[in-house]
Write a protein that binds this ligand. Structure first.
Ligand code: NAD
Length: 349
């Protein structure tokens, strides 16, 4: 049976959830609640019920779950009130601004017996899935280093995302997605150190980009870069693995794989550079490599809600677990700490 959902916040992402619910095979939209009356009017104009307060949502016994899509600094209060009010809760990312806030939310979930998760929708992005499936398959061996980058050229959106008090900045905005993805690819690794540098090119108050290096005890490395002042973008994903390399230039493109067939080459044709010849950095003889493209993985973002609804019915565990939420939060907190201290820090679980 379909579950009835109310969406809290009818801005950019709230509208996405509403459109999604209207098309969903597992949801029925009860309505929206937004503190901004103009958003309520917009909803009514679309034939959607607009609640007049959060209490009205909580007191509506027909509502099974709420999705919270409001600015990051107001997640805590709304999540806790909805859980305590007997609703299952999906909160937008970043779920919280600190580990202690997150624990308060998790405690409210435990005490109320209601499910609580975060909308990590980029677990359904096909670029990430391609990298994750390649790593899992062992086709080119274990990853030694994965670089995950998103480059834009328009700075931070000129809204609350540029303001510290609302939880703005790119670590909390895009970083959380890329960290979450990499920690799923490196799910069996133990983090050793964190090093992070923030950029403030277009915004002095919050990070408008960052470079984050997560080093694992095994020696493997995850590198994340978000930039909002890049007029030429670097490739979306690069993987260096034990038996080859993989590249995704753009998140709409297929993965290029080069698997090393023969380590030794007979004759290497040197490359002429201005400074002289190099054999070390010359391209490999193509007969020593297996080069091919991977099919774009199948993905359906509706599976996020299908999973959550099944989890409410006790049939499956929720896709994004509390422990995964805790780990992502700790990585972001310690990335900020490393940037502030301007040094590499030992990761504390
Ligand atoms: P937005 O500014 O477009 O919309 C926020 C809405 O929340 C506004 O309509 C505002 O009036 C309303 N609001 C503010 N405080 C409220 C409160 N206390 N109660 C009810 N309504 C309130 O912002 P957005 O882009 O929709 O972002 C909302 C959340 O979604 C953020 O946490 C953001 O990080 C997240 N987000 C996630 C993704 C994703 O891909 N998962 C993408 C964009 C945004």
């Amino acid at each position: 049976m379909k579950k009835r959902i109310a969406v809290i916040g009818f801005g950019g992402m709230g509208s996405w959830h509403v459109n999604h619910a209207l098309k969903s095979d597992v949801l029925e939209l009860a309505g929206i609640y937004d503190i901004d009356e103009s958003k309520s009017e917009k909803a009514r104009g679309m034939g959607i019920y607009a609640y007049s307060s959060l209490d009205e949502v909580i007191n509506d016994k027909s509502v099974d779950l709420v999705t919270i899509a409001i600015p990051n600094d107001v997640h805590l209060d709304t999540v806790v009130r909805c859980l305590k009010g007997g609703k299952h809760v999906i909160c937008e990312k970043p779920v919280a601004l600190s580990s202690s806030d997150l624990e308060e939310m998790i405690n409210a979930s435990k005490e109320s017996g209601k499910l609580f998760t975060v909308h990590q929708n980029r677990r359904f992005d096909v670029d990430y899935l391609a990298m994750q499936q390649l790593a899992d398959s062992g086709e080119i061996g274990k990853p030694i280093r994965i670089e995950s980058r998103i480059h834009g050229s328009r700075g931070i959106p000129s809204d609350w995302r540029g303001e510290k008090e609302h939880g703005g900045g790119m670590i909390l905005d895009w970083g959380i997605h890329l960290i979450d993805q990499l920690m799923l690819i490196y799910k069996d690794e133990v983090i050793d150190t964190i090093n992070c540098t923030l950029t403030n090119i277009t915004n002095k108050e919050v990070d408008d980009g960052f470079y984050l290096t997560i080093t694992f005890k095994s020696g493997a490395v995850a590198f994340v870069e978000v930039g909002t002042y890049n007029f030429i973008s670097m490739p979306r994903f690069y993987m260096k693995a034990e038996k080859g390399s993989a590249l995704i230039k753009d998140w709409r493109e297929k993965t290029q794989v080069a698997k090393c067939k023969y380590w030794h080459e007979n004759d290497v044709l040197p490359v002429q550079t201005a400074a002289g010849l190099t054999k070390t950095m010359a391209p490999r003889d193509s007969v020593t490599l297996d080069t091919y493209e991977l099919d774009i993985p199948k993905s359906d973002v509706h599976d996020f809600y299908r999973n959550f609804v099944s989890a409410i019915d006790g049939k499956v565990t929720q896709l994004v677990t509390h422990d995964q939420m805790r780990l992502d939060m700790k990585i972001m907190e310690q990335a900020f700490k490393s940037a502030e201290l301007n040094q590499t820090i030992k990761f504390e679980y």
